[in-house]
Design a protein around this ligand. Sequence first.
Ligand code: C5P
Length: 228
Amino acid sequence: MKAPIAVALDLPTLAEVTALASKLNHLVEMMKIGLQSYLRDGAAGVFQVKEAAPDADIFLDLKLHDIPQTVAGAVKSVAALSPKVLTVHASGGEAMLSAAVSAGPQIEIAAVTILTSLTQPDLATFTPWQIEDVVAKLAKQSTDAGCKAIVCSPQEVKLVRSVVPGEIKLIVPGIRLGAEPADDQKRVATPKSAIDDGADILVIGRLLTSSLDPKLEIQRILNSLDGS
Ligand code: C5P
């Protein structure tokens, strides 16, 4: 069985990206191509990742955030790469979310709620609202607009599960095994806690990209899911 993981291929060269993708091809569900890789390697990079990891789905994490027409055009621009999942920022508003969904009916549009790198004091610089309230509102608005997936922190999985339909996929970054530093990620939790709360896909980057043995790391993560 494949691990419910999207590998964040955030690496400095395309050669490193394809090497990791090829190594983990049959072990994980998705390869996530984010801004670092996509802005450097473009569509050609996506095709190379597909070649390197033919058994994994492509997750294009471009976090689109613009006026509806521009986002719709951007979704159409990447549709030829046939990503399974494409991200937009939920805070772009209902019209933008609907435009993204209409422009890519064959793509699972995933709405990013509040970045896992932000804390309540960060939010307080522009809104008096609590993170949980904003996340719940954005998640509900996004799925009402037709988004098939929500990206949220592992600390809000239960909350999001309670406000969106059961078939909505919850994609969860900010995953840490506990011992290692959280780096720029602030609202973190372990793989087990995220999955137990209802996450469908764990987004994992540095745990794998900085490991000398990423296959072993996947096994460690899977083992941690079995523990009580
Ligand atoms: O290295 P790490 O496991 O923290 O990587 C997390 C990945 O998830 C990065 O590629 C980052 O862009 C992405 N991501 C995130 N927070 C979100 C959405 C995506 O960290 N809200």
